[in-house]
Each structure stands twice: as structure tokens, then as C-alpha cells.
Design a protein around this ligand. Structure first.
Ligand SMILES: N[C@@H](CCC(=O)N[C@@H](CS)C(=O)NCC(=O)O)C(=O)O
Length: 200
């Protein structure tokens, strides 16, 4: 498989992290997202939504959306629960990640780390911050009584949520008040095969 990737992207890191945990080799194509590399006609022919991560199978098919890629790659492995309830719970948290977490925590980080200090988009941070904190509080409440997000094992749901939570500080979020989240981050990072976001 080939991964259209960007080393600073948490969405792409989800895929790199799962591949590392699975021990699967993958060709990476680094895309300069700030220069519009995912908006060229050639890229849009592969993903009309113009975004990475994008997985290319050996037969030439393309799959976009980080959490869909996780489910595809994890199918048949312990990272995608087979049991009906645990699998639905994994999906619950992955949809939560995309609707209630990533749009606030990842976007704040993007504004602070990719855009100029005088970017007009800095004005968005004030609106994003309380929503990001709310997502961290939801996670903390879940993790007060559970080690993992779906079932009783590390799964694609944990990988999806780990990606932007562990770098939430770069988006201006303080993890100090969320002690269950911090303990869970440490459990995730201790998994055999774990790789850092910028780790090759
Ligand atoms: N919902 C998508 C979001 C993907 C996304 O936002 N990708 C960003 C990088 S993190 C991107 O490719 N931006 C470049 C662009 O929009 O032109 C996913 O989970 O994969």
C-alpha cells in the first residue's frame, strides 16, 4: 500500500500509527498541504475531497477519511473489535472524534502551527477553545471508569483519539486538569510498536 501523507497531520498520523502497530510496511508520499498539493487535478482525481490521508491499494483503488482507513486496515486484527457492541462503540468514538473533537482541537493546532501569527483565522481560536475543552472533558469522564474507548482493549477508537489529543498542547489546550486522559495517553504510548507523530 501507499499512503499520501503529511508528517505534521494528526489525521495522517492515525494511519502511520496503526501501520506501525501492525508491523505493515507502507510507501509514504509526503504532500505539501500548505502549498495546495492535495488540490491539483491529479490529486483530486484520486480524492475529490482534496485531503490527506489517502490510502492507495496495490490494485489502484483509493480510500480517504482517516477513520475509514483505520477500519479498513484494522479489519481482521485485534484493533477492530469483532463483537457487535464493541465495534459499534469504536465507531461511536470515531464519529465523536470527527464531529466534537478534531474540528476544535486539530483546527486550533493548525491555526497556531501552520498559519502566520497575524492570520485573521486567529480570531477563531476563542470560539474553538471551549468546544475543545468540552471534548477533553467527555473523554476524561469516559476514562474515569474505563482503560480504553471500545471494549476492554486498545482499538482503532483509541488510535483515532490519540492523534490530536496528545498534541492538544500545540493547539493551546492544557491537559493538566484531565488526569484520566493523561493516564490513557501514557497507556497508548506504551503499546509495543508505538511511534511518535513525527517519527519516520
Ligand atoms: N476528515 C478527514 C480530514 C482530513 C484533513 O483535514 N486533512 C488535512 C490535513 S490534516 C488536509 O489534507 N488539508 C489540505 C487541504 O485541505 O487542502 C480525515 O479524517 O481524514
Amino acid at each position: 500500500v501507499r499512503l499520501y501523507d503529511n508528517s505534521s497531520s494528526g489525521n495522517a498520523y492515525k494511519v502511520r500509527l496503526l501501520l506501525a502497530l501492525l508491523g505493515v510496511e507502507c510507501e509514504r508520499v509526503e504532500m505539501d498541504i500548505d502549498a495546495g498539493a492535495t488540490r491539483t487535478p491529479r490529486f483530486l482525481a484520486m480524492n475529490p475531497n482534496g485531503r490527506i490521508p489517502l490510502l492507495e491499494l496495490d490494485d489502484g483503488r483509493h480510500l480517504a477519511e482517516s477513520n475509514a482507513i483505520l477500519c479498513y486496515l484494522a479489519d481482521g486484527t485485534p484493533w477492530l473489535p469483532v463483537e457487535r457492541w464493541a465495534r459499534a462503540k469504536a465507531l461511536q468514538w470515531m464519529f465523536f472524534e470527527q464531529y466534537s473533537h478534531e474540528p476544535y482541537i486539530a483546527v486550533s493546532r493548525y491555526i497556531l502551527t501552520h498559519l502566520a501569527a497575524d492570520s485573521p483565522r486567529r480570531a477563531e481560536l476563542e470560539r474553538l477553545a471551549p468546544r475543545g475543552v468540552a471534548a477533553l472533558e467527555v473523554m476524561d469522564r469516559h476514562l474515569a471508569t474505563a482503560d480504553w474507548f471500545a471494549g476492554d482493549a486498545h482499538s482503532v477508537a483509541d488510535i483515532a483519539l490519540y492523534a490530536y489529543t496528545h498534541v492538544a498542547g500545540e493547539g493551546g489546550f492544557d491537559l493538566a486538569p484531565h488526569r484520566h486522559v493523561r493516564a490513557w495517553l501514557a497507556r497508548c504510548a506504551a503499546r509495543p510498536g508505538h511511534v511518535p507523530i513525527d517519527g519516520g
